[in-house]
Design a binder for this molecule. Structure first.
Ligand code: ADP
Ligand code: ZN
Length: 729
């Protein structure tokens, strides 16, 4: 039960301002509860905060400024506050920065209750067309189902509010009043689902039992693509709903949510609430408030949904738990999978980690008995796993500037003749990875990063994949100035599409690459179009590996299976194994068996052999043995420290100082490696230097890191970030 502070008592308020601790205020008339959302004065401004326990007491009460308005939302639950505190100390993030992730609701508490004005597409036509008006109408055409808050529509279109008003007057934009707190439609857990297969039933039973048992627990739900994991975890969701608790399902990719929403609706009779970057601010406000009140019972979202104010969270599902996009790589560095487990342990909730190719971390935790493990061993119904074969490129005749082998080409031809779909997979965005000058031999590089510029022919631009900077395709070489000598070297996904079109001019070719779609919604639409047969050949990057269901796809051709195996990253083998299994799993989901052809120059490589053999358990055991011998995660702990500075020497100097003064780490048996140039040595003009810290599994690494870093002076120009459990090491 949250504590009630009497009127006038000193209280601590944690604000979202970048301060390192809560500030003291005086409780308002009528007192205030721990966890209450409040507005407090800070300097000349009023800022949002949360009452966070008793005041430090450095000042007499009469000197304290009073708390301002107490917001009309339920106080932040104790379990949620505990989560924020533990997540902050786990990731070595200041508490206010962590709190801010939980208060991302736009305009939280800014408006009084009542109705809100929203805009949608109207029936009428504009009385006169202008460029600005067209922008507004384009937004509404793109998102026909959405309702927009007043200022949002103008912002999205990049026009002034007056433009929207003009369109409202002419009837082209409809204005509606909605009750601010419209409820989400109720979900009915007792509607009959699909009858489950025997192994599904066993797994669903185990999850229901775990939920009814109460308290925290994590289950690794494993099963090949198409084995029916989603059906199983929806049964766990049903059980949480029956118990009157809330459930959260995290997906790695917003584009996946369309199919999922449809399945939820089929199972429970209504759609769940959504939380991700594609949701309008008006909807997000509503979801935030309804999650806090407990009315929204099922939320589907991206990783940031972990920071919603659940009232009684009973279940978190992390679908495709191995997916690297669960790691947030800027701002607060956290792994949504690990934070899901942390949040669940604070809430007394169950976690389901679902994957066809579990991460080594989760697999090892199941081996150690920390996680329960449930396996679905076959595909649901008649579907069988695709046959995987290596195409040894050393024996294939491929003309220069082409990448599809005769073997793969023949297989594609057969699919085309039968009216089945093929997928050509290459994990490289753009047209070509390298643009080279044939006169001087220089590659075109980003001027502010240690990276090449990648040609994107559709955009007619060069793009840096590190900083996102783009430039028009130059006519002359930026190095030597000679004209007409720039040449594309190597394949990107756009170039593969060109090759496919040349080989099969009669085929309908679709490209799936994240940069070709302006919005998640556009990508979603494309995926749906392809799934319903709108393409014969799909050419795609790794976004196609993420659980999309293409029922007519029977052939997967991997252009370069060796791509991920280069470099020294210890996780490379695991990543490649997962990606190859995921992408080949796209083939043959329905009644037709699938086939995957992996083009490789090293078919005898142990990882390629393991992929072909499909021996996941053996692969994981072997990887685990190597990681254990090296003392790296999940058998040891690691942290990456990245120091960046406009000046390389300054960054190195700080790195060297840290490496020299590592007593705090030595005390816990940790070792420091580096400093060395970071995997990308320069981004946006800042030189980057990395140190890696490796510690025994049980070592208290966070406090040691905090003491270590606090022991040196960081020059003002330097930025230092600590990444617990880095993705690459
Ligand atoms: P996964 O999540 O493991 O990839 P899904 O749950 O998506 O597998 O199931 C694969 C396909 O099989 C889906 O089209 C799903 O609707 C269907 N399916 C799975 N289980 C059942 C069942 N018990 N009854 C009918 N269809 C099922
Ligand atoms: Zn760049």
């Amino acid at each position: 039960m949250a504590k009630l502070h009497p009127p006038g008592a000193p209280v601590a308020v944690l604000t979202t301002q970048p301060l390192d601790r809560p500030l003291d205020y005086r409780a308002p008339e009528g007192g205030v509860q721990d966890g209450a959302f409040v507005e407090v004065p800070l300097g000349p401004r009023r800022v949002l905060g949360v009452v966070w326990g008793d005041a430090a007491g450095d000042w007499p009460v009469e000197k304290l400024r009073p708390v301002g308005r107490v917001l009309d939302v339920p106080p932040m639950a104790d379990a949620f506050r505990a989560f924020i505190e533990r997540a902050a100390s786990y990731t070595l993030t200041p508490l206010p920065a962590m709190l801010r992730l939980g208060l991302r609701s736009p305009g939280l508490g800014a408006e009084a209750p009542g109705t809100r004005r929203v805009y949608a597409r109207g029936q009428g036509a504009p009385d006169r067309a202008t460029a600005a008006r067209d922008k507004v109408l384009a937004v509404l055409r793109d998102r026909p189902d959405d309702l927009f808050a007043a200022s949002e529509l103008a912002d999205l279109a990049g026009v002034s509010a007056g433009v929207v008003k003009g369109l409202v007057a002419s009837g082209a934009v409809a204005e509606r009043d909605l009750p601010r707190d419209a409820d989400f439609p109720a979900l009915d857990p007792d509607r009959p689902g699909h009858p489950l297969a025997a192994d599904q039933e066993t797994a669903a039973d185990a999850l229901r039992d775990a939920l009814r048992g109460g308290g925290y627990g994590t289950t690794l739900l494993r099963g090949v693509t198409g084995s029916g994991k989603t059906e199983v975890y929806l049964e766990a969701v049903a059980e949480a709903l029956r118990m009157g608790r809330q459930a959260l399902v995290l997906l790695p990719e917003i584009a996946l949510s369309a199919e999922f929403l449809t399945r939820v609706e089929a199972r429970f009779g209504a759609k769940p609430a959504e939380w991700h970057s594609g949701v309008t601010q008006a909807e997000r406000r509503r979801t935030w408030a309804k999650t806090a009140s407990g009315q929204a019972r099922l939320i589907v979202g991206a990783r940031s949904a972990l920071f919603l104010p659940f009232r009684d969270l009973g279940l978190i599902v992390v679908d495709e738990e191995h997916d690297t996009s669960y790691k947030q790589e800027d701002g607060v560095l956290y792994s949504a999978r690990d934070m899901a487990v942390l949040r669940a342990s604070c809430e007394g909730a169950q976690v389901v980690l679902a994957s066809a190719t579990p991460s080594l971390e989760s697999w090892a935790n199941a081996e150690l008995g920390k996680y329960r493990r449930l396996d679905l061993t076959s595909r649901f119904g008649e579907a069988v796993l695709p046959r995987l074969t290596a195409v040894d490129m050393r024996g294939e005749e491929v003309p220069g500037g082409r990448w599809i082998s005769p073997t793969l080409r023949t297989a594609m031809q057969a699919r085309l003749a039968r009216g089945e779909q093929s997928l050509i997979f290459l994990n490289r965005r753009g047209y070509a990875p390298v643009t080279l000058c044939r006169a001087c031999g220089q590659q075109v590089a980003c001027h502010q990063c240690d990276a090449r510029m990648v040609e994107h022919r559709f955009l007619k631009r060069l793009m840096c994949h590190q900083c996102g900077e783009t430039a028009p395709m130059p006519e002359t070489c930026p190095s030597c100035g000679v004209a007409g000598k720039l040449a594309a070297v190597g394949p990107g996904v756009e170039r593969m599409a060109e090759e496919v079109t040349a080989l099969f001019p009669e085929a309908r070719v679709a490209i799936l690459s994240s940069d070709l779609f302006g919005s998640a919604r556009a990508l979603k639409a494309k995926v749906e179009e392809i799934a319903s047969g709108g393409a014969d050949i799909i050419v795609g990057t790794q976004i196609v590996a993420k659980g999309h269901n293409f029922p007519r796809l029977t052939l997967v051709g991997v252009i370069d299976a060796d791509l991920g195996l280069q470099g020294s990253d210890l996780r490379a083998a695991e990543r490649t194994f997962q990606l190859m299994r995921q992408v080949s799993g796209r083939a043959g989901r329905a009644d037709v068996p699938g086939e995957a052809l992996l083009q490789t120059f090293q078919p005898e490589h142990p990882v390629i052999r393991a992929i072909l053999a499909g021996d996941e358990e053996g692969f994981l055991r072997e990887e685990a043995a190597q990681r254990r011998a090296a003392g790296v995660p999940p058998y040891g702990r690691m942290a990456g420290i990245v120091i960046s500075d406009p000046d390389a020497a300054t960054a190195f100097e700080l790195g060297n100082t840290l490496a020299r003064r590592a007593e705090a780490l030595e005390e816990i048996g940790a070792e420091v490696y580096g400093p060395a140039p970071a995997p990308i040595a320069r981004i946006r003009g800042r030189h980057r230097v990395r140190l890696l810290v490796k510690a025994p599994r049980q070592a208290p690494i966070q406090p040691a890191l905090a003491r270590w870093v606090a022991g040196v002076d960081v020059p003002r120009s330097c930025r230092l970030s600590i990444d617990i459990d880095p993705q690459s090491f």
